[in-house]
Design a protein around this ligand. Structure first.
Ligand code: ADP
Length: 301
């Protein structure tokens, strides 16, 4: 824990000095450290870090993902589409947010903007407290390779690579030496109960297994933000629930997750459900503490 304590002291000093940029950078490093400790001990320490150890009300760890008044307009004139309108969303480390809403309501747009694949028309997106708007293209590309993990409905595994190679590939592309990348990949597969499938090719795996490999790929390494678009969409309900359970487990290890789903049952497993309608965040619900508003606005569609 020595590193974390050192980081924490630096973080307090940055807070004392009112140095917001240093504070954000140090808090970000601390997430990474906590994830490592967490993976070793299997304990969720993110809540302690956010609350118990916070020395004063002035100090706040930045959210892993924050959208501030984000709007996205496609096209112009009569063809203009307001895909997102003034969306505010904050997702902390250790927390899973489900996004629901009818087709065309802006869910994919929200994910692509959160993943820095597209720029908003207006508003701000911050990852780890750092605004994406100020980042160079190279810095954004690094962020996408190192910090953000994506899971898609159709798994997107490369057919010519084994499960282990698929998981390790993004790390290798990011310059991690092959042996280290393979080791991180195997750890991630092992964590998802797939150690004995590591050398199989995608067509030798079941749909549920393929999706677990995709999750392993999205969490391997030092990633902190998991963005998932209908990760259970192509699976039966038992496998779908397993997949959401695994994303939740990644959150307990300190990741933050935003998961688009059409399944209210699965959404109820999230810490929070946000509902999009015509590009607007119409509702935010904490499952177990008042799910009614979500259901009234048609969250089941
Ligand atoms: P959802 O994921 O909820 O189905 P989307 O975010 O894909 O919704 O789309 C929101 C709205 O923005 C839709 O009306 C869609 O047609 C429009 N849209 C999305 N992407 C583009 C694009 N690249 N160009 C033009 N319109 C788009």
């Amino acid at each position: 824990m020595a590193d974390i304590n050192g980081l924490y002291r630096s973080l307090l000093a940055a807070d004392e000095a009112g140095d917001a940029a240093a504070l954000a950078a140090l808090a970000w490093q601390m997430y990474g450290q906590l994830r490592n400790v967490n993976q070793d001990s299997g304990r969720n320490v993110m809540n302690d870090a956010r609350t118990a150890s916070a020395p004063s009300a002035r100090y706040a760890v930045p959210a892993v993902l924050e959208l501030r008044g984000v709007s996205k307009v496609y096209g112009s004139g009569p063809a203009e589409v307001h895909a997102l309108r003034q969306a505010d969303l904050s997702v902390q480390a250790g927390s899973m947010v489900a996004v629901m809403g009818p087709s065309g309501s802006g869910k994919s747009t929200l994910l692509t903007i959160a993943g820095s694949l597209e720029d908003p028309t207006s508003g701000e997106v911050l990852v780890g407290g750092v605004p994406l708007a100020g980042m160079s293209r190279g810095a954004k590309a690094r962020l996408r390779r190192r910090t953000i993990g994506y899971v898609f409905q159709d798994f997107n595994l490369l057919p010519g690579l084994t499960a282990a190679e698929n998981v390790a590939l993004p790390l290798e592309l990011d310059g991690v030496p092959v042996r280290r990348a393979r080791a991180a990949g195997l750890r991630a597969l092992d964590g998802l109960g797939l150690a004995d499938r590591a050398n199989r090719y995608p067509d030798q795996l079941s749909g549920g297994e393929r999706q677990r490999v995709a999750i392993a790929r999205a969490v391997a390494g030092e990633r902190r933000l998991l963005l998932a678009d209908e990760p259970s969409g192509a699976l039966d309900s038992a496998n779908g629930e397993t997949v959401i359970g695994l994303i939740r487990a990644a959150c307990r290890q300190g990741m933050a997750a935003v998961v688009v789903t059409h399944d209210a049952q699965l959404a109820s497993l999230a810490d929070r459900v946000v509902y999009l309608r015509d590009g607007q965040l119409a509702d935010q619900t904490v499952p177990g503490r008042g799910r009614e508003p979500l259901l009234e606005t048609g969250g089941n569609r």
